[in-house]
Design a protein around this ligand. Structure first.
Ligand SMILES: C[S@@+](CC[C@H](N)C(=O)[O-])C[C@H]1O[C@@H](n2cnc3c(N)ncnc32)[C@H](O)[C@@H]1O
Length: 231
C-alpha cells in the first residue's frame, strides 16, 4: 500500500467515481467495459487504478522466497497482469514470463514502467485466450483477477486459468477470502469462498495447498492456493 496521503486521497476519489460507473454486467457478465473504463479514467495516475500498488503482492513475494519457487527457465503466465509488478517479480526469479491483460492501456503502461523487461506483455482476454496458451505454462499465477469478476462468471474464469497449466505444472491463486455471512459488495470485488476454490478441482487440477493467511499490508484475510496438473 502507498502511504502517501495525496496518493490515498486520489485513490479514494477514484474508487468513489468507479462505484458510480455502470458496470455493464447485465450486458456482459465479464464486465469488460468496466475494466476499460478504469484505465481510461486513470490516465497516467496509478492512484486511480484501485489495485495498482506499484509493487508485487507481498503474498507472492513471500511464496517465491520461501520454498516452492518454480524452476528457473520454466514458462510462466501472469493472468490479468495490470501494471506488471507481479509479472516482473516472477521474471526476477528466473521464469520466462508471459503476462496478459484485457486492457491495452494496462499493457502499454506496464511496458513503459519496465522498459527492457524480459516479460512478454500481451493484450488477451481470459475468456477467449490464444490457442497457444492451452496447457502451455509450467506455472500460472493470478492475483485479484478472479475476485474482480462477478461470481456468475467465476467458474468459467477458473476453467480458463486451469486450461493454461501444462501437464506437471502448477497454478497459484492469491485472492481475498470470503466466509459464510460476510456481506457481499454489489460493485465488487467479490472475494472467494473456500468452496469456490476447491471447485477448481473439477477443471482437472489437484489442490496441493489452500492457505488461509493475511495480507501483511492491510491485514485482510486471503487465500493463497496452489494446484497441480498431473496430465
Ligand atoms: C483486480 S485487477 C488485478 C491486477 C493485477 N493482477 C494485480 O494484482 O495488481 C484485475 C486485472 O484483470 C484484468 N482483466 C479483467 N478482465 C479480464 C479478462 N477477461 N481477460 C484478461 N484480463 C482481464 C483487468 O484489466 C485488471 O488489470
Amino acid at each position: 500500500m502507498n502511504e502517501d496521503p495525496a496518493f490515498a486521497n486520489r485513490r479514494a476519489a477514484a474508487r468513489a467515481r468507479l462505484d458510480t460507473l455502470e458496470d455493464g454486467a447485465s450486458a456482459d457478465p465479464t464486465r469488460r467495459a468496466w475494466f476499460h473504463a478504469v484505465y481510461d479514467l486513470a490516465g497516467a495516475d496509478p492512484a486511480a487504478v484501485p489495485w495498482a500498488d506499484l509493487k508485487p503482492h507481498p503474498l507472492l513475494v513471500d511464496w517465491l522466497r520461501r520454498h516452492r519457487a518454480p524452476g528457473i527457465g520454466l514458462s510462466a503466465l501472469d493472468v490479468g497482469c495490470g501494471l506488471g509488478d507481479n509479472a516482473e517479480a516472477l521474471a526476477a526469479r528466473g521464469l520466462k514470463v508471459t503476462a496478459f491483460d484485457l486492457v491495452p492501456q494496462a499493457i502499454d503502461w506496464a511496458r513503459r514502467r519496465f522498459p527492457g523487461s524480459a516479460v512478454d506483455y500481451q493484450v488477451a482476454d481470459l475468456f477467449s485466450l490464444p490457442p497457444a496458451f492451452a496447457r502451455a505454462f509450467a506455472f500460472v499465477h493470478e492475483c485479484y483477477t478472479l475476485q474482480a469478476l462477478p461470481p456468475a462468471i467465476r467458474m468459467d474464469a477458473m476453467t480458463a486459468l486451469a486450461a493454461c497449466v501444462a501437464p506437471g505444472g502448477h497454478l497459484l491463486v492469491i485472492t481475498r477470502a470470503r466466509f459464510d455471512g460476510d456481506p457481499v459488495n454489489a460493485t465488487g470485488p467479490w472475494p472467494l469462498t473456500r468452496a469456490e476454490l476447491v471447485g477448481l478441482e473439477t477443471a482437472g487440477l489437484h489442490l496441493v495447498d489452500l492457505e488461509e493467511t493475511r495480507d501483511p499490508d492491510d491485514g485482510r484475510v486471503h487465500w493463497r492456493a496452489e494446484w497441480f496438473r498431473e496430465t
